[in-house]
Design a protein around this ligand. Structure first.
Ligand code: IVH
Length: 686
């Protein structure tokens, strides 16, 4: 076949696919079977493979995305991408309408749309071809995410006319799709909007293509002003005609219901509501209560002046048009301002940005610090210093920044990680989504590592709380974990806060830690992805000493580790990375010299193990998968020397809590009693 023939065939196929994609994604009314579609699609892709010049930017094949890494360069918007002023009651909306009417020189009409809780996007078409899709950013500069947006089936890649137009819309994810995807997600997202925002910043557009994102468009800006429609309903009508997906549920209000009906014209959505101003408050109520039945999240309504001439007349403030307002539903959120973003260096060198915000009460506590996780999270929010943000409490506990509600007025751009570690000035590196300080000698890492090592769930060394460890590090008594066993605690006597008693406690704690079973030693090394559960799995698979483990690592035998049920690639990679590090190897050798346990001892099989619960008083509540009836759990505790009681009292040391645990759990939490879940309980029995 020659190129002329190929092009002819390609054009036929492309035209057919465009129609089918439109039917499927925009109209939600496919006219052919999936297999028929796939057959034609595959043929188109094959042609483009053989004749790469056919793979034009608006080819229907672009929907599947690519595996190439895309970047999201900053680009300037050629329209002002404004946000909206807000009203929180129907009264406030009616007052705003009054003000508009007073200022306007003509009779006004208003269109009310749903305020889709998604990601704001601007689609720029030149000569009818989608050239760029840009995030809102700060309203002047956003990120170019075109390759990713092209994978969204309801975004037209080309228009039926060769016009230049900018179209604003919202990318969103339906609730059912969110629930399905979020279930399998490693780091569950709080809501569909965050998942959608994370998705459009994925580096591979082929990954974006797997998420069924959708778009609703709501504004069009024609570059030739004579082509610009004169009423918002006409804008929507034109956008529909051009092949865009417009949310059919909107309403038009005018002085009289008849006038509103006239304005409705011949818009073909089927569900448009019309009415007079007296019906407007009712509509707001109706939309507010009805929103839970929608397939997608909305966070309010947008009320817009219909007449474009009047929009111009009403004009703009610095940030908002005066011709539109957002009616926001209430949410258990608080507003605050980002005053600073500090970075913290964790024990593994991971850098965590933390927002310092103006203190605000929310859900019963006052929040002033909020973790921002990593750069991706900040990019997703497009967060800058001095932005006003909405914060919530995830799961009612951990405060989180939900979104920017008002960009700073100082022109601050999206915040970026520093290039160097704030503690040791080493150049930072990125691994996956996270940023790290590669200097294992970085003082904050050293401190974090030692605090972790001596911590309650690890070596549990008496007398060595975080403050004490900090003193020892700051005063150069210790530089690494192993130094704990070589420095002389007696030298502390007489120093601030160190009496003889305290020093004796530290000495005893260190001495006792030499008897701590191997599994605790292993966890205490602080290898990422290698916590208590993974260590248990490792040991029960027969790898019962550090020598066995190191031999596997040195032999590069990842298969042996991957064969362990419950071990994933991440765990194995981490073990290899950390255990091949000479600094870690030296640390292990030093700890071995300090006589820590590096082999699973006899204690696990001997009589000592059968009394692991001695001195403890357990209460059991809720129901269990493996201990039904509950008395089976009580037996296990008693067999191991523990006492059991029927209620939680001051003497209770542990609560085993199953599903449906109620008042006993509350009581235990109040009293600060150790609460153990079923899985952890089983590993304690082991
Ligand atoms: S109109 C000048 N209409 O809400 C035009 N916005 O602060 C302003 N949004 O950034 C936007 N649904 O991302 C408009 N039907 C709708 C909307 C909508 C959601 C978002 C948009 C904008 C924000 C307003």
């Amino acid at each position: 076949m020659d190129i002329v023939q190929a092009k002819r065939e390609w054009e036929q196929l492309a035209q057919q696919l465009r129609v089918w994609q439109y039917e499927y994604y925009v109209k939600a009314a496919p006219s052919i079977s999936d297999s028929e579609y796939d057959r034609v699609f595959d043929r188109l892709v094959a042609l483009e493979h053989d004749y790469p010049e056919l793979s034009v930017e608006d080819s229907p094949s672009k929907r599947v995305g690519s595996d190439l890494d895309s970047s999201f360069p900053e680009v300037s918007h050629s329209i002002a991408v404004l946000s909206l002023d807000k009203a929180y009651s129907d009264d406030a909306v009616l007052q705003w309408i009054d003000r508009c009417e007073q200022k306007g020189t003509r009779e006004l009409s208003f269109v009310i749309e749903e305020k889709i809780d998604g990601i704001s996007i601007v689609l720029y078409y030149e000569k009818g071809i989608l050239k760029r899709a840009v995030t809102r950013g700060n309203g002047f500069v956003g990120n170019d995410v075109t390759a990713n947006i092209k994978t969204i089936g309801s975004v037209p890649l080309s228009l039926p006319e060769e016009i230049d137009i900018a179209v604003r819309g919202e990318i969103y994810l339906e609730r059912v799709d969110f629930d399905r995807l979020n279930k399998n997600s490693e780091l569950p997202y709080a809501n569909p909007r965050n998942l959608a925002a994370g998705t459009i910043r994925r580096n591979k557009s082929s990954e974006v293509a797997k998420v069924p994102l959708k778009i609703f468009v709501y504004e069009g800006f024609w570059s030739k002003s004579e082509e610009q429609p004169t009423h918002h309903v006409q804008i929507l009508t034109e956008l529909i005609r051009l092949g865009f997906r417009v949310n059919p549920s909107f309403a038009i209000f005018a002085n009289t219901a008849i006038k509103a009906k006239e304005l409705c014209g011949n818009i073909v959505t089927g569900s448009t509501i019309t009415g007079s101003f007296t019906d407007l408050a009712d509509y707001i109520h109706h939309a507010t209560t009805n929103r839970k039945h929608l397939e997608y999240d909305i966070d309010g309504l947008v009320i817009k002046v219909g007449e474009l001439a009047m929009r111009e007349q009403l004009g703009y403030t610095g940030h908002h048009p005066r011709w539109a307002i957002a009616f926001k539903f209430e949410a258990p959120e608080a507003l605050t301002t980002i005053q600073a973003i500090d970075v913290q260096v964790g024990r593994t060198g991971r850098i965590t940005p933390v927002a310092r915000v103006e203190s605000v009460p929310i859900g019963g506590s006052v929040v002033s610090n909020i973790t921002l996780h990593n750069q991706d999270y900040i990019d997703m929010l497009e967060l800058s210093l001095q932005d006003v943000v909405a914060i919530s409490k995830r799961g009612d506990v951990i405060p989180a920044v939900e979104r920017v509600v008002e960009k700073n007025s100082s022109g601050n751009k999206t915040w970026n990680m520093p290039a160097h570690c704030p503690v040791c000035r080493t150049a930072l590196i990125t691994k996956g989504a996270h940023t790290f300080c590669p200097n294992t000698g970085c003082p904050d890492q050293v401190l974090g590592r030692i605090i972790f090592f001596v911590g309650r769930d690890q070596m549990d060394i008496a007398g060595l709380g975080p403050e004490t460890v900090k003193y020892l590090v700051d005063n150069q008594c210790i530089k690494d974990i192993a130094d704990l066993y070589t420095f002389d605690p007696d030298q502390l006597i007489g120093k601030a806060g160190f009496g003889e008693k305290k020093v004796a406690l530290i000495k005893q704690g260190l001495a006792e830690s030499r008897q701590k079973p191997f599994k605790y030693v292993l966890v205490s090394l602080g290898i990422p992805e290698f916590g208590k559960k993974a260590v248990d799995l490792l040991i029960s698979s027969g790898i019962s000493s550090i020598d066995k483990l190191l031999a596997i690592v040195d032999a590069g035998d990842s298969e042996r580790l991957l064969a362990i049920k419950g071990f994933g690639q991440k765990t194995v990679d981490s073990l290899f990375e950390y255990l091949s590090d000479p600094v870690m190897r030296k640390r292990i050798e030093q700890l071995r010299e300090a006589q820590l346990q590096f082999e699973q001892g006899k204690e696990t099989a001997g009589p000592a193990q059968s009394h692991v619960f001695s001195g403890q008083t357990w209460c059991v509540t809720g129901s269990f998968e493996h201990f039904s009836p509950r008395s089976l759990a009580l037996e296990e505790i008693e067999k191991r020397g523990g006492r059991t009681t029927g209620s939680v009292t001051g003497k209770t040391t542990h609560l085993l809590a199953g599903s449906g645990a109620g008042s006993k759990l509350d009581q235990a939490l109040k009293l600060g009693i150790t609460v153990v879940g079923e899985e952890d309980f089983i590993s304690l029995l082991d």
